[in-house]
Design a binder for this molecule. Structure first.
Ligand code: ADP
Ligand code: MG
Length: 843
């Protein structure tokens, strides 16, 4: 690629397309495409399916190819469900990845547009600015104040000041001053860059540092499910042996071969019923679907396990400006030291950026405009020098030459500006009183000062060296977002502490905190106090301080650490480049989608697309809901497998002939066909319980499967087992000839119980009828319910029933089955009732 092409229209869409075909995507490691076949194979290799296939093969050996074929059809059905599920999960995750992938501004077809960084091609003109992580190597065409942190490439911590290519002096250095490198970070300024190399041909790509990216650690939940799976597999192996032996002893009259095959078959049936292949599926499906739902609500999850952590958050550290407030500032009051507020506003305007992007400066310029000072008038002079704003200095200034006189116009936080002003004791007192007065109204107080150096030589090198005259104060209102007050109340009930972090004055912050009903709104810790404190002392302090004022980004790290050391699960917001370490360190780092820097987004677990506090609270709520549902699903999987496992276990023990069993392998697969969608569709969709934000945050150390859930699951499972197996035994009446009808009865009860169970377990407190009402509008729920009933209809009343070794049930029998199933499940409603009547009892 030559560098001659520097016209400002950029590439055309067609050229970009052709170049992309030639050079590929701007990615370091191209995304692997997994083929469908490989996925299916992967699924088939799961132990569950191997067992199914073993069972089918045994049927074939037994000389019952028809049974074997039906089995295989069902197996294909179950596999399809799994593969589709996995495919959907992958698609969801990829879509999420695309949403949170880095973007960059480029000029194409002569207009500026935002594209995915992966779509950059050599020859593109990209625009970079502060906070951007440079996505490709390229020559600097134009730049202003561009400083780049190249430590990721060179190890050099000091920022590099860049120059445009035409001003560059030739050097022998490998790292060029007129060139930008992928993977480095813009810390200041802006530039237009002609992309030269992309993807793995960039310097960054060449060193291959990215390849050794840290492997994703298994999330705590993942580890828990893995151990659950192992436990169940162990039980399955044990029962397999038991059932095999009992079956063997049961049929002494059969030939050796038959005895062996029957024993293995019933063992396999049981093992199939016991293998909890649903657990890992639940985890991935629930988390990825959860993340997807969150994305639709403006909150992008970058790491899947964060969805789980969200529900356990106990401290929310949020920036005031823009997150709690609307970031829609307006000048509400001015106080001029000499009474001339017009002069005050003029200096204030001169101290703003000529192309203001800060909402506060917008407000100031708008105020000037309303006084008849338009931007054109203000900025008609020559801008001689600039003192840049930093969050450490908290002030800035411009030096203008207007009408042949030099003017220093400075503005910034009132305390800081006062340090560079010449004031008498009395004047200082008046100013300070005024500052307090404005701040107590919740206004951001900005002091404005002016100076008039005689010549350019007399301009002080730094703003802190200036001696200025105080013009006055400006009070800016930035009203809190409307919903914040109720959100804070919600957090209070949910046991989540909200902590405000701000660069603003403590009094202002405290006034706003009071307005939005934050507890402890008068306890303030300032950045200076924080700097002087040891970690130990800070840990004690954060227990009841809710406002951190005059904070610089470096403090955020210590605040997070203090909370974490106190055992809290901390979520923290941040937008600046310097916030990245704290965001990484927090349990949940939250970056801003609108005003945040690329670097902060990359460090975050969550990106808030609308920068809104309400969205954070909603996200935490969803995190709790998702965790709740995972728990419910795990409980459900336990419950529903109990009748299956017990039926397979008990029948041989009771001496039921193998052909007359309640559940032949066929029927186990049939149940699986029902359980999978129930889990991954119905339980995943369960809305949040009404009291979800009235509970304390979850103890992060608590197990997924608590003793309480286990007991409940086992009791529910046993009662379904008793109902279905009891009905079956009664109808069987000891004669194998009754088996199809008895089996129909037992299976119908099991399937209906499954349907009822979901409604009953939908909530721990609300009655099933309420869950039904809540879900009445959800067509998917209806689809699953009618699907179950339709399936029941087909297997009982269609000609298929013979193949499935079932017999149709008469209407009275069917309704009896409905009644029995209802009784087997709805007794739990009584437990809820008792709990309601004794509200003091803890679940
Ligand atoms: P916040 O967390 O409230 O956004 P910032 O770090 O942005 O805090 O700002 C801290 C303080 O610096 C503000 O309270 C204000 O006093 C001062 N300040 C911020 N922006 C400007 C600016 N453009 N010009 C002058 N002073 C500013
Ligand atoms: Mg700010």
């Amino acid at each position: 690629m030559t560098n001659s092409k520097t016209d400002t229209a950029g590439l055309t869409a067609a050229e970009a397309k052709r170049l992309q075909e030639q050079y590929g995507k701007n990615e370091l490691t191209p995304r692997k495409k997994e083929c469908f076949f490989k996925k299916a194979l992967h699924t088939i290799c799961e132990p569950m399916f191997l067992l199914l296939i073993v069972a089918a093969v045994i049927y074939f050996i037994l000389g019952e190819p028809r049974d074997g074929a039906i089995m295989l059809i069902f197996v294909v059905g179950v596999i399809s469900i799994d593969v589709i599920q996995e495919w959907k999960t992958d698609k969801t995750l990829n879509a999420l990845k695309d949403l949170s992938a880095p973007h960059i501004s480029v000029i194409r077809d002569g207009v500026e547009r935002t594209i995915a960084s992966a779509d950059l091609v050599p020859g593109d003109l990209m625009m970079i600015c502060e906070g951007v992580k440079i996505p490709a190597d390229g020559v600097i065409v134009k730049c202003s104040d561009l400083c780049v942190d190249e430590s990721s490439l060179t190890g050099e911590a000091e920022g590099v000041w860049k120059v445009p290519a035409e001003n560059a002096e030739p050097t022998d250095d490998y790292w060029r001053r007129d060139y930008c490198y992928a993977g480095t970070l813009v810390t200041q300024g802006t530039a237009t860059v002609l992309v030269d190399r992309i993807g793995s041909s960039t310097e960054y790509g060449k060193i291959g540092a990215h390849v050794a990216a840290a492997p994703e650690e298994p999330a705590p939940l993942q580890r828990q499910t893995e151990s659950l799976v192992r436990l169940c597999a162990g039980i399955a192996a044990l029962l397999f042996a038991l059932v095999g032996i009992f079956t063997w002893l049961n049929i002494p009259d059969h030939s050796f071969g038959d005895r062996l095959i029957e024993s293995v078959l019933s063992g396999v049936t049981l093992a199939m019923a016991m293998i909890p292949e649903e657990f890992p599926v639940i985890l991935t499906v629930f988390l990825s679907m959860g993340a997807w739902r969150l994305a639709k609500k403006q909150s992008l999850v970058r790491r899947l396990p964060s969805v789980e952590t969200l529900g356990a958050v106990s401290v929310l550290c949020v920036d005031k400006t823009g997150t709690i407030t609307m970031n829609r500032m307006a000048v509400q009051e001015t106080w001029a030291a000499d009474g001339d507020s017009c002069a005050l506003c003029e200096v204030m305007g001169l101290a703003c950026e000529t192309e203001a992007y800060d909402p506060m400066e917008h407000a100031m310029l708008a105020h000037c405009e309303s006084l008849g000072l338009s931007g054109n008038d203000l900025f008609s002079g020559e801008l001689v020098r600039e003192y840049a704003f930093t969050s450490e200095l908290k002030m800035m200034g411009h030096i203008w030459r207007r009408n042949n006189r030099l003017v220093i116009a400075a503005k910034g936080s009132a305390e800081r500006i006062l340090t560079i002003c010449d004031l008498t004791e009395e004047e200082r007192e008046t100013a300070e009183r005024k500052i307090t007065e404005l701040a107590q109204e919740g206004l951001r107080v900005i002091a404005v000062a002016a100076g008039s150096p005689a010549s350019e030589a007399e301009i002080p090198p730094r703003i802190t060296d200036c001696r200025l005259r105080l013009c006055g104060l400006v009070g800016l209102a930035d009203p809190p977002r409307e919903s914040v007050k109720s959100d804070i109340a919600v957090c209070g009930r949910a046991g989540i502490r909200v902590v405000m972090i701000t660069g603003d004055n403590g009094l202002t912050a405290s006034a706003i905190a009071k307005k939005i009903g934050m507890p402890n709104s008068d306890r303030i810790l300032t950045g200076d106090m924080l700097s002087e404190m040891g970690d130990e002392e800070l840990r004690e302090k954060v227990r009841n301080v809710s406002i951190f004022s005059r904070v610089i980004p470096e403090h955020k790290m210590r605040i997070v650490k203090a909370f974490k050391d106190n055992g809290e699960i901390v979520a923290m917001t941040g937008d600046g480049v310097n916030d990245a370490p704290a965001l990484k360190y927090a349990d949940i780092g939250i970056a801003m989608g609108k005003r945040g820097s690329e670097v902060s987004r990359e460090a975050a677990d969550l990106i808030l697309m609308d920068d809104n506090f309400t969205t954070i609270v909603e996200t935490v709520k969803d995190g709790r809901r998702i965790y709740d549902n995972i728990r419910k699903a795990v409980g459900y999987v336990f419950t529903i497998h109990i009748p299956i496992a017990f039926a397979s276990l008990l029948a041989p023990i009771l001496g039921v002939a193998p052909a007359a069993l309640l559940l032949l392998p066929l029927h186990v697969v049939l149940m699986e066909l029902l359980i999978d969608p129930t889990c991954s569709i119905v339980l995943e969709r369960q809305p949040a319980e009404t009291d979800i934000m009235d509970r304390r945050p979850r103890d992060p150390a608590a197990k997924l499967l608590t003793a309480g859930i286990l007991v409940k699951s086992v009791l529910q499972g046993l009662s379904i087992f008793a109902a279905s197996f009891g009905a079956y035994l009664m109808m069987l009446d000891g004669s194998a000839a009754n088996a199809p009808a008895a089996r129909s009865m037992g299976l119908t009860i099991m399937m209906l119980s499954n349907l009822f169970l979901v409604q009953v377990n939908s909530s721990e407190r609300d009655f099933a009828i309420q869950s039904v009402k809540r879900l009445a509008k959800d067509w998917v729920m209806w689809a699953v319910t009618f699907g179950t009933l339709a399936m029941l209809g087909v297997i009982l009343y269609s000609p298929l029933n013979g193949l499935l070794k079932l017999a149709p049930l008469s209407a009275p029998l069917f309704f009896k089955a409905v009644g029995i199933a209802a009784a087997a499940v709805f007794w739990y409603e009584l437990v809820k009732l008792v709990k309601k009547l004794r509200p003091d009892s803890e679940m």
